[in-house]
Design a protein around this ligand. Structure first.
Ligand SMILES: [Zn+2]
Length: 60
């Protein structure tokens, strides 16, 4: 077995892509200096930790 640098780079890219899809973190959207729920689009103050409209939680 020989390890060609080009093949390793390709595998590494695939690895990053797979990890990206699995560990994707959903965060608050931003709209007019307020937090916006990515699920329902509800606007909340900066202090909001979860959506009071649909109950979405960025840490769930
Ligand atoms: Zn919501």
């Amino acid at each position: 077995m020989s390890s060609a640098p080009s093949t390793s780079d390709g595998l590494f890219d695939e690895f990053l892509e797979d990890r990206g899809h699995e560990t994707e973190i959903v965060r608050w959207e931003r709209s007019y200096n307020k937090k916006q729920c990515p699920e329902c689009g509800g606007l909340h103050e900066e202090s909001a930790s979860e959506c009071r409209v649909c109950g979405w939680d960025p840490y769930a």
